[in-house]
Design a protein around this ligand. Structure first.
Ligand code: GAF
Length: 380
């Protein structure tokens, strides 16, 4: 893919680019906790986005998307988001560099990738690859952490999704054969060596993407914020749901309206599940780890209400099959993939059973994507 993107750049712009790469991510457990300053447990995957770029001595940026086979040009000193456009991720990152006081000159850019499904955060991978590339191209002193924060802000301002920090963080800081326990309050992580032995992680792509996913995501975030402001009368020091002790769930139940309580409960209990899951992995107890994935799915589906019929079906079916230790929806929800921990000797049967039943129920052919935990963003 690297050579393809570099060649495409040479064909379009006629000179040699520098190349940057940033991976997509999975998340073992810890969904919708990052924007409440909780814990998450993501990892970078092998697949990602490649960016080729070079200065062009013009006051404009000319960017080309391999996937859309389309060019977009903008004035580097005057631009604004275009609703739903793929160019927002480049403009958003340029804007973040400029707001931080870095002077960028015009540049040309080509990007493309091999992220095989939605829900693996190709948008964060693209933003982090662009940030990594711009830092190298203009010889700037921009830390990885700043690139992560710019990517998050860019997504808020140019794509309109009020995401947390998990996706760009995992893309930037991923490490081979490791997952990251990331504390989204301090924005610091610990690398956890992951060895599933005779089991593997397989994603099942539901091939579903609901149109309202972005607005529903923002609504979930708002309901968490509303809960915090109500709960502050009992927990005055609380600034996020992270600050509510799990032992106080009953008090939370009595305090919050029935519409808000289950969502707050999800966040509070999910943070605890991340703690327990990292301990279970540390001890090599995959059964406990898998059960936590199951609980996470139930909580995301029933309490936080970010699943959908297809994801519920895939997770349910998975749990019923031999050799499956854990299964749950992964990422923001409303479509995308489930993540499954499966014994290698049962993998073929797992794929056959899931495929046959998913086609029968929804008429959709699922994709099965084995993932390996990989290195984060880099200049190539
Ligand atoms: C999306 C967001 F971008 C993340 O910040 C995170 O909230 C995730 O959904 C849910 O855990 O990927």
């Amino acid at each position: 893919m690297k050579d393809k993107i570099a060649l495409s750049f040479e064909n379009i712009f006629g000179n040699k680019p520098i190349m940057a790469f940033a991976p997509g991510r999975i998340n073992l457990i810890g969904e919708h906790t990052d924007y409440q300053e909780g814990l998450v447990f993501p990892a970078a995957v092998e697949q990602g986005i490649w960016v080729a770029l070079q200065e062009n001595n013009l006051p404009t940026c000319r960017i080309f998307s391999e996937d859309y086979n389309e060019e977009f040009v903008f004035d580097i000193h005057s631009f604004s988001p275009k609703k739903g456009h793929w160019a927002n991720y480049t403009m958003g990152m340029v804007s973040q560099f400029q707001q931080a006081g870095y002077r960028l000159e015009g540049f040309d850019l080509v990007f493309g990738g091999n992220i095989p499904a939605s829900g693996l955060s190709s948008s964060a991978a693209l933003s982090v690859a662009i940030g990594t590339g711009l830092t190298e191209l203009f010889k700037l002193q921009v830390s990885k952490k700043s690139i992560v924060l710019y990517a998050q802000k860019s997504e808020h301002l140019f794509a309109g999704v009020k995401c947390g920090i998990m996706d760009p963080y995992a893309s930037a800081f991923g490490k081979e054969d490791h997952a990251l326990i990331l504390d989204c309050r301090t924005n610091k992580h610990e690398e956890v060596a992951v060895n599933f032995g005779s089991h593997s992680l397989i994603l099942v792509n539901s091939k579903v993407k609901h149109n309202l996913a972005d607005s529903a995501y923002n609504k979930r975030r708002e309901s968490c914020e509303e809960s915090v402001s109500i709960l502050q009368s009992y927990f005055p020091a609380a600034t996020t749901l992270r600050d509510i002790p799990i032992g106080e769930i009953e008090k939370v139940k009595q305090t919050l309206p029935a519409t808000l309580f289950p969502k707050a409960k999800h966040v509070i209990t999910e943070i605890e599940r991340v703690n327990l899951a990292s301990k279970a992995l540390h001890k090599g107890n995959l059964t406990v780890f898998g059960n936590l994935l199951k609980e996470s799915h139930r909580s995301l589906s029933k309490d936080f209400e970010v699943s959908c019929l297809e994801l519920d079906f895939l997770a349910d079916k998975s749990w019923s099959l031999p050799g499956v230790l854990g299964s749950r929806m992964m990422g923001g929800g409303f479509g995308g993939c489930t993540i499954n921990l499966i014994s290698n000797s049962h993998r073929e049967n797992f794929q056959n059973e899931i495929q046959a039943s998913y086609i029968e129920k929804f008429g959709i052919e699922a994709d099965f994507i084995p993932v390996s935990l990989s290195e984060g963003a880099r200049i190539l």
